[in-house]
Design a binder for this molecule. Structure first.
Ligand SMILES: [Zn+2]
Length: 464
């Protein structure tokens, strides 16, 4: 690492930075931004005020009354296109009686910050904010603009948040690469530590299946009952396994695990990328149910019936019955291909209609940003391995991707044993260890610095 860059990193008092990150996170948790209704303006104004106090020029955009989005830009010299750090300010609802602490108290206890959004994703808002503040305070010369955008509405689709910015203010957020949530955290597998960086998201294809039949009186049953026909389709879909499909990121995921696991477990991982045996292995191998579901979702389109609607009166056979199905599709697939697979399962005789659609996204693994993220994480977490994965759910990356921005889920944090990112997000007693922030902020700062600063990026060497 160059002396100058190393000096920069070691000159920062990371413990003080962590304290400041915690304070901002506590304040953000105390802004009640449960979506619906959202009310993100309170959090957006909090961020805008403190950015303005630092001499920056934040923009607050209200996409609808009280739906606040805040954007700020650190100016680079224009030599290279911007990098975007984006996050969301809204959170999912809580069942307060299930919590040990006030979900909106922002308490610090047991070395953690407690509250709705601590992990998903106000903790990450605070980490991104600190990265931007540090670059600004230190007067780091940049060859790229660094854009920070904290938006509304992600938890219900993002149409009033990132979707709105992409549609109405694309120039505020245009970049060549972006970093966001759902990646950069550790998981322990077979005694090894892996950091998962999100390099793809499944697409959403929620659709309606409609069965039509002959109406009639409930007292005179017949063979053309729409309810019965629909039930048949729903049962088939619920039990179906759509074809196995290998995508580059999923293949890199299992190969990455295999390389470091070794022995029989490593061999099994490797076989998950072999179409002839993988589907059987995923079905049959003894493994925890959660792991099986995750592996299955990474190699298959999935169809989950979730809502049913039929009939008005118990003694009337209705002329139609409908089900809504939540399907998630892998990169490389689309709605047409999914519907062809669905027809294979349920046969003809049903109407299929798209209810909501957003395409899957997959990111390159040979991007310079990938190398910087992997190298930085592996240096801060000696002995750990960085591998990509595909998120079965979806984030605002689906909107950002529409502007042609390469987007990774990268919010670095080390979670101690017993804490799992996916369980904490949206769970009761959501919380984030302060040590996760102490680990994450320096890593994120270093990654953004290496990518955006006008000094040549350092390649290796010790770092505090
Ligand atoms: Zn989130």
């Amino acid at each position: 690492m160059s002396a100058t860059t190393n000096d920069l990193y070691t000159s920062i008092d990371w413990d003080a930075v962590t304290d400041e990150t915690v304070r901002h996170l506590q304040e953000l948790i105390r802004k009640r931004t449960v979506n619906p209704p959202g009310n993100e303006i309170e959090a957006a104004e909090y961020l805008a005020d403190l950015l303005a106090d630092e001499g920056l020029e934040p923009v607050v955009i209200e996409s609808a009354p009280r739906r606040g989005n805040v954007i700020v830009r650190l100016q680079g010299n224009g030599e290279a296109p911007p990098i975007l750090l984006f996050s969301h300010l809204d959170v999912v609802p809580v069942e307060p009686e299930q919590w040990t602490r006030d979900p909106f108290g922002g308490d610090v206890a047991d070395g953690m910050v407690w509250g709705r959004g601590a992990i998903d994703m106000k903790g990450i808002v605070a980490m991104q904010l600190m990265t931007v503040l540090l670059l600004h305070r230190l007067g780091v010369p940049l060859r790229r603009d660094v854009i920070f955008a904290a938006t509304a509405d992600e938890e219900v689709g993002g149409e009033l948040g990132m979707g709105y910015l992409v549609e109405h203010h694309p120039d505020l957020i245009r970049a060549d690469v972006a970093l966001t949530e759902f990646g950069g955290f550790n998981v322990e597998v077979a005694g090894q530590t892996f950091y998962l960086v999100q390099a793809g998201e499944k697409g959403i294809c929620q659709f309606r299946v409609r069965a039509r039949g002959t109406p009639g009186h409930g007292s005179l049953p017949h063979d053309d009952n729409a309810v019965v026909k629909l039930s048949d389709a729903v049962t088939r879909l619920g039990r179906a396994s759509l074809p196995y499909k290998r995508t580059p990121v999923a293949e890199a995921f299992v190969q990455g695990l295999a390389r470091h696991m070794g022995g029989v477990p490593g061999l099994i991982m490797r076989l998950l990328a072999v179409p002839a045996v993988a589907p059987t292995l995923i079905r049959r191998l003894p493994m925890p149910a959660g792991t099986r579901r995750t592996l299955y979702a990474m190699f298959h389109n999935t169809v989950t019936p979730t809502m049913l609607q039929a009939g008005e009166k118990v003694n009337v056979i209705p002329s139609q019955a409908e089900a809504l199905v939540d399907a998630r599709i892998l990169p490389g697939d689309d709605q047409e291909r999914l519907f062809a697979q669905v027809r294979e399962v349920i046969g003809d005789g049903y109407e299929l209609e798209v209810h909501a659609y957003s395409p899957p996204v997959e990111q390159p693994l040979d991007h310079p940003m990938w190398r910087i993220m992997a190298e930085t994480l592996e240096r801060h977490a000696p002995g750990a391995h960085v591998i990509p994965y595909i998120l079965s759910g979806s984030t605002d990356a689906k909107h950002v991707h529409r502007l042609g921005i390469t987007c990774y889920g990268f919010s670095p944090m080390y979670l101690p044993p017993g804490l799992n990112f996916e369980t904490l997000a949206h769970g009761h007693d959501e919380r984030i260890p302060i040590s996760a922030l102490r680990f994450g902020v320096p890593v994120l700062f270093e990654v953004v610095h290496k990518y955006a600063a006008s000094l040549p990026p350092p390649l290796s060497g010790p770092c505090q």
